[in-house]
Design a protein around this ligand. Sequence first.
Ligand code: XIL
Length: 460
Amino acid sequence: MKKIDSLRTIGLLIIYAVGLMSFGSCSGDEEKDEEIFELSPPVVNTATNVTMSSFLATWSKVPGADHYEVDVALDEDFSEFLNGYEAIQERSVELNVKFLEANTIYYVRVRTSIDEELSVNSNVITATTESEPGPEPPEPTTPLKEAAGFNVGNIVQASRLSGQYQTILSSEFDQITAEYEMKMNIMYPSEGNYDYSKGDAIVDFAVDNGLEVHGHALVWHNATPSWVENFSGTDAEFEIMVEDFVKTTVERYKGKVRSWDVVNEAFQDGGSSPLRTSVFQQKMGDDFMAKCFQWAREADPDLLLFYNDYNMIYDATKLQSVLDMVDDFQDRGIPIDGVGFQMHISYNSPSKSQMAAAAKKITDRGLLLHFAELDVRANPDNSMSSLTVQREEEQATKVREVVEVYNAIPEANKFALTIWGVKDNDSWLMDFWGHIDWPLLWDSNFELKKAHTGFLEGLE
Ligand code: XIL
């Protein structure tokens, strides 16, 4: 007979009378002692087949048991039973515990029952159901430049030519533009003194990383050095100075810069007098643009020459002014290869049809079309302090639409689609509008946003 090892169990151990009576306390016959049954609990095994909503409890067989009683509880004291799982009677040595909460700990114990007598409780095991799957992991992503059949560009600053900027720019893009360091105020800070140090760093970076460079911008009223704004010489001297600047700059980057925005934002928004007043227009006359385009072409016959402006999708009058200029250039044989639409847009505007209609006016003239400076305001009315999932999706939809429109223009008119910034908190828009926004394809931690997926979807 096995030894009873504690008084605690004495009252609960029922020794079969049959065995006791058959062999008595005096038998001393060891073989027959084996046949005496004790009402002991089974040993519960580690739970198996654990899922989000179920697990399998199994236990050892106790000889003579006619069933087992299983408890499943939510706490280790078994003060709170799982609904329907108190003293479950089970003839086999397993129980499938079902309809459970995910990521929850359950406690299981079992007793043996023989002839309506119950053993003490078994050991207690715990089973932790699996967690709900979290949000979908980001889709494996294709670099934008590999998915697109046209160049995909972004901007850079000379202080951002390494680290994650370098990684993203060189893996996702095949063209870069200087955000501001290839504008006249930086490259020509004082009379007679060109400073190409920042431009050189950016262009060298592009060459080293296999990126094309779109130059931006030779003549822009908003990036004109003060000495030029207040030019002290004659109009003729002014014109010679601008010619020298255009030619010196274009020649410096010949073969490395494929295209330049020769003139940026020369037209007014709406209104009857189309040309914006600028020092260039005042000193060189209304035909100042034609001169700049010709000088650029003379300096580099292979250069692609662009006129670049904003609001051309929204502002039919402005678009018409640009088209009139293009028609005039084409009539007169003034070189121009393309037009850049600055795509500073919002999550809810413009519509696809508006974008496509404006694009067609350019492509119908046989010009290259640049969708330039893309950023998509998610918070145009400053109603949000953080980007909501819904707004991020709406933004992604707008990016998809932009790409769909661009992708659908004739191949011969495609040039590039350029995004104006890598990560949200780098965007110029916060300074410009004076409030927070999230206009780009990477968030402030360089994590991809839905807008990146939207871009890829626009190419499908
Ligand atoms: C902005 C840059 O993002 C800023 O860093 C800079 O201070 C000002 O210019 N239209 C253009 C761009 O053509 O050159 C402008 O870029 C944004 C509006």
